[in-house]
Design a protein around this ligand. Structure first.
Ligand SMILES: [Zn+2]
Length: 408
């Protein structure tokens, strides 16, 4: 007999967790390794205590809670997410995944069921990256994609290092961060978009991530006087940047609904009221569900930049400093989640993750999959972020059913 998750208990845990680091409008601020994040971790451990889990923690602050299986020789089935939030966060991003994992373990404990494989519930450190860059820091370090030393040296706006924050909060564990003995990894997360609600989907089967390409642009013109220089004689880097921003928006409009493009950051020199600007730095990115399409979006961007360069007599230096994805999640695990959802008469839909998640860094290490539950009105990273009790419970149930299948 496969046990049911306790929807009320899971919901109450989400409500109780949200009391730590509350902000107006039912939101949460629990940035990584702050006193609020530390309190959330302590509450999480307190909830794990009656379940007889083995608690391990690594040097970057990732938490691993292991429920023993009947066969110690079998590698673990792992699941979880993150308890940290952005400064104006909601109650569900990350937290729903950790607490759904906790509910899986609680339901098994209630039912007196022990799996063959051990189960491991994870709270990754600093998924959001709001206080310390880069995001997904804990999973990134555990996967070997960022060295522990480099991560420890990162500082926040106040100059406090990750190393210092870990020590001060007591969250630096004795283990060295490394891939663990997992046969499978599952992460439940809120969708953070409106598609599931619009299509009446209960469970999103996340097949992979978008492919993103990031650019630092430096637009160089010529300094001149705003009063005495006729428009036709100017080489105005800020006006050129405006043209670039609109070109990026046009590329985005053309790529919808499966693509996105954004110009997000600008720095202007000399940024003085009486001067035509001559150096403007701009950050932008293009992304698409299909890698080939994001490459084509980059080509459109470069085409637009060369036209702007010629028309406005500026030089544009393009630094394509980073790319991301596409990560493809394990098709077999996706099929398992789909089957388990269908067995419960739940509707599913294959989806691509547009945001970063810890699972992106776990995916190269072991078969991995994500499942989404709906976000009401698609609102996220906002105090109004909401999923219903039933929506979260359905996701937790599918996860429990899949975990039992995987762990025997
Ligand atoms: Zn998240």
């Amino acid at each position: 007999m496969i046990p049911d998750v306790n929807a009320d208990r899971l919901w109450q845990s989400i409500i109780d967790m949200a009391e730590i680091g509350p902000i107006p409008g039912n939101g949460n601020c629990r940035m990584a390794l702050t006193p609020e994040d530390t309190a959330a971790r302590a509450l999480f451990l307190r909830w794990c205590q009656p379940l007889g889990l083995r608690h391990e923690q690594d040097a970057i602050g990732n938490m691993f809670l292991r429920r023993a299986g009947t066969d110690a020789a079998v590698p673990a089935v792992a699941f979880g997410s993150h308890l940290d939030t952005v400064p104006t966060g909601g109650r569900f991003d990350g937290t729903a995944g950790v607490l759904a994992g906790l509910e899986v373990l609680r339901a098994l404990e209630d039912a007196g069921l022990r799996t063959k494989a051990p189960l491991e519930l994870v709270n990754w450190m600093n998924e959001e990256g709001s206080r310390f860059h880069p995001a997904m820091m804990g999973s990134r370090v555990a996967a070997g994609a960022l060295s522990l030393d480099a991560a420890l040296a990162v500082t926040d706006n106040a100059g406090i290092s990750v190393a210092h924050a870990l020590a001060e909060s007591g969250q630096a564990g004795p283990l060295s961060p490394m891939p663990r003995d997992w046969t499978a990894w599952l992460e439940l997360h809120i969708e953070q978009g409106p598609v599931m609600e619009e299509t009446s989907t209960d469970i999103g089967i996340v097949t992979g991530t978008m492919h993103a390409r990031y650019f630092n642009l430096t637009i160089v013109g010529e300094p001149s006087h705003v009063g005495t220089t006729a428009i036709g004689r100017r080489r105005d880097s800020l006006a050129a940047a405006a043209a670039v921003i609109l070109a990026v928006e046009q590329i985005a409009l053309t790529a919808e609904p499966d693509g996105r493009a954004s110009a997000t950051w600008i720095e202007n020199t000399p940024n003085a009221r009486g001067n035509v600007a001559h150096i403007t730095r701009l950050h932008c990115d293009v992304r698409h569900n299909e890698a080939a399409r994001s490459v084509a979006m980059e080509a459109s961007l470069r085409q637009a930049l060369s036209e702007i360069t010629a028309r406005r007599q500026v030089h544009i230096d393009i630094d394509p400093y980073a790319t991301f994805g596409p990560i493809l999640f394990d098709a077999g695990l996706g099929a398992l989640l789909r089957r388990k959802a269908n067995d419960r008469q739940l509707t599913t839909r294959d989806m691509t993750a547009a945001a970063g998640h810890d699972s992106v860094f776990v995916a190269p290490l072991c078969p991995s999959a994500m499942l989404f539950v709906p976000s009401v009105a698609g609102i996220t990273h906002n105090p109004a972020e909401y999923s219903t009790k039933e929506q979260v419970a359905r996701g937790a149930q599918v996860m429990l059913d899949a975990v039992l299948d995987l762990a025997g």
